[in-house]
Design a protein around this ligand. Structure first.
Ligand code: HEC
Ligand code: HEC
Length: 424
């Protein structure tokens, strides 16, 4: 090191000498006689400035050379020592937790609302009543809450596909309404762009609530005198009771159906013990295996209001035996029928452990199986015990990986919807 240093210093001296001679020639001989500005003091000032520049450049070169030539053996242990200095055993885990929570987002305490429909307690209260009112259906038997059981079934219905008026079985699974307020687009295929727009769908869907028109829905609400006061409280004296105010009230209620402060959120806020070691491993896998490329952001869905531009992803069903087994490629969602792959909005994974069965057709009853389907259909991974061998470079997930991913997903369940989990 010392020999190297004196060698470098010699280089530096030489460099300064050469630069100095060059400067002298330029400033003293060539520049000054032709220039009117560079007389007397100005000439020396320019010379000094250029000289200082040359010296700094030489210094930089020396530092770069010295660092690049310093033997690794002396530097590496020094860095390792610095990293571990003052860190007793237990704190290794704490710093691991700190690294793990980097880059994730907790669910905000409030759902965003559009400018023309700010959230007020009065509107939410009116919306709640409408949500539970079976008079919004043709035979007065089905309310929004029939298919979206807010307290008993975590906002879904527990059925594979929904059950509407006259016991009609619909084509798709009822997703939860909890945290729908954070999604930029609604429905499995994302065809509604707001909760207000979505709320106008089910009442006139012949298989769901079966009303002949949106005006007929408003008429049903107007005929119930007890709504009058609630509308005035929510929208003011001169309000109309029409489908727009009805939809705005329902959407406002849905914006109160949010679940911040799950164990996952508490972990992000610094509570290391909020997640079990298995859940932490699953959380890490969720990122490294690639689930997070689609299920990202605070609502575990790129379709969240925070990233509204990448709302659709292919379900690569055609490649996956599991997706074929569960007929996940029959309905093509947003893609034209006849396409090879369906296009679906990325659903939120919050409370997913409570909203079985899974996927747009509700064909998968078990969370771990849903994780396997995803690993195979979306990540083209090979799963232990699935009878396939991975090709070079292909992802491989063990039984334990699947278990831990599912364990992590249970950390997204709100204690509000699962009294049993309240103390986890
Ligand atoms: C007959 C059962 C049924 C009824 C009644 C019903 N829904 Fe739904 N709901 C569904 C189904 C099924 C879907 C998914 C449909 C699709 O994606 O094509 C859905 C989707 C939704 C979504 C979208 C959630 C998301 O993540 O995309 C919201 C919000 C919603 N419903 C609210 C309501 C409201 C408000 C009412 C009453 C006005 C209502 N639902 C009535 C079955 C029902
Ligand atoms: C390429 C995008 C993409 C990736 C990667 C991805 N998903 Fe999904 N996920 C989706 C889409 C789209 C759906 C809805 C598909 C459908 O219903 O047909 C979905 C649905 C799900 C569901 C069911 C949700 C419900 O309410 O029914 C679970 C659980 C899930 N994903 C977990 C995972 C896990 C765990 C991983 C990583 C192993 C993962 N996903 C990777 C896009 C993705």
């Amino acid at each position: 090191m010392n020999a190297n240093l004196s060698e470098l210093l010699t280089y530096m001296a030489l460099l300064i000498l050469v630069a100095g001679i060059g400067l002298f020639l330029i400033v003293g001989r060539d520049l000054a006689p032709k220039s009117q500005v560079l007389r007397g003091g100005g000439r020396w000032f320019l010379g000094a400035a250029l000289g200082a520049g040359a010296i700094v450049l030489a210094l930089k070169l020396v530092i770069i050379l010295a660092l690049s030539q310093a033997p690794q053996v002396t530097v590496a242990p020094l860095i390792a020592h610095l990293a571990h200095e003052g860190m007793p055993e237990g704190e290794d885990k704490a710093s691991e937790d700190m690294r793990l929570r980097l880059g994730w987002q907790a669910l905000p305490e409030k759902a965003p609302a559009p400018l023309d429909n700010p959230l007020t307690p009065e509107k939410a209260a009116l919306g709640e009543r409408l949500f539970f009112d079976p008079n919004l259906s043709i035979d007065r038997t089905v309310a929004c809450a029939s298919c979206h059981d807010v307290s008993g079934k975590a906002g879904a219905d527990g059925r594979a596909t929904a059950l509407g008026i006259k016991n009609q079985i619909g084509p798709r699974n009822a997703p939860t309404v909890w945290n729908a307020a954070f999604q930029a687009v609604q429905f499995w295929d994302g065809r509604a762009s707001s909760l207000e727009e979505q709320a106008k769908g089910p009442p006139v869907n012949p298989g769901e609530m079966g009303m002949p028109s949106l005006e007929a829905v408003a008429e049903r609400v107007r005929e119930d005198e007890s709504y009058r006061d609630l509308f005035i409280k929510a929208f003011g004296e001169n309000t109309a009771i029409d489908i727009d105010t009805i939809a705005k009230a329902i959407a406002s209620y849905e914006r109160t159906l949010i679940t911040p402060n799950t164990p996952f959120d508490r972990f992000l806020h610094g509570e290391d013990g909020a997640l079990s070691p298995d859940q932490k491993r699953g959380m890490s896998l969720f990122r490294t295996a690639g689930c997070i490329t689609c299920h990202s952001g605070p609502n575990f869905s790129q379709a969240s209001l925070f990233q509204p531009f990448a709302s659709d992803r292919y379900l690569m069903a055609s490649r996956s035996p599991l997706a074929a087994k569960y007929r996940l490629s029959e309905d093509k969602g947003k893609a034209p029928q006849g396409s090879l792959n369906g296009i679906w909005r990325i659903p939120s994974l919050r409370n997913v452990a409570l909203t079985a069965p899974y996927f747009h057709n509700g064909a998968v009853g078990d969370l771990k199986e849903a994780v396997r389907v995803m690993a195979e259909a979306q990540l083209n991974a090979v799963i232990e015990g699935g009878g396939r061998t991975p090709k070079p470079g292909q992802k491989y997930l063990t039984h334990r990986d699947i278990d831990d991913l599912a364990a992590f997903l249970t950390a997204l369940s709100s204690p509000r919807l699962t009294p049993r989990l309240a103390h986890r």
